[in-house]
Design a protein around this ligand. Structure first.
Ligand code: SAM
Length: 190
């Protein structure tokens, strides 16, 4: 049976395909740690995940989740904005994931912002290895999210197709501007 899975499930399917044991990956918005967990499982004990968030609450929740699962050794939790990715990450990446917006159950004012997101996406694309994936889960249903969405759409539509291909995964008949996914694959480094 074919099934159109929800956006986040599809993002996780892509991450599981792109990230292999021993690889290095980034979770640019750790939040409650769900995406960090998926990446930590994929890279295994021999790999590394760098996870960013600006809220201490996110670091605490993610740390606890990883420790409970015995996956904390392969993850570096960074309490700094993803726009500083280049200060912390030098290795070639198999995947970078952005799950934009605010922390579910947290302060809705502490949301990702257009300019810092674009700075981090630019750095993430630079760090990707060939056939690496950068995923953006976009939430256009709130004001900051809509502003961020517009800028991201312009940015990805300007990417040279010789170097990157961009996929959109979106349910087009759902109400209230539901989240959708943009998946960017690096096809060449030259
Ligand atoms: N991936 C998360 C999960 O699996 O639970 C959900 C992420 S949540 C939608 C967005 C997160 O981005 C929030 O926790 C927020 O604190 C964080 N955030 C906001 N601005 C940020 C920045 N400049 N750098 C890194 N994280 C940021």
């Amino acid at each position: 049976m074919t099934q159109l899975v929800p956006v986040l499930s599809f993002a996780h399917q892509l991450l599981r395909q792109a990230v292999q044991p021993g690889d290095v990956a980034v979770d640019a918005t750790m939040g409650n740690g769900h995406d960090t967990m998926v990446l930590a499982q994929c890279v295994g004990a021999g790999g590394k995940v760098y996870a960013f968030d600006v809220q201490e609450q996110a670091l605490q929740k993610t740390r606890r989740r990883l420790q409970t699962a015995g996956l904390d050794e392969q993850v570096v939790l960074i309490g700094e904005g993803h726009q500083h990715m280049n200060r912390h990450v030098w290795k070639r990446l198999s995947a970078v994931v952005f799950n934009l917006g605010y922390l579910p159950g947290g302060n809705k004012a502490l949301t990702t912002q257009r300019d810092t997101t674009l700075a981090a996406v630019t750095q993430g694309l630079g760090l990707l290895k060939p056939y690496g994936l950068l995923l953006l889960v976009i939430y256009p249903g709130h004001e900051a999210g809509r502003i961020e969405q517009e800028a991201i759409e312009v940015f990805v539509n300007g990417l040279d197709q010789q170097h990157f291909q961009v996929l959109r995964y979106q349910f087009t008949n759902q109400k209230n501007n539901p989240p959708y996914l943009l998946a960017i694959e690096k096809v060449s480094t030259s």
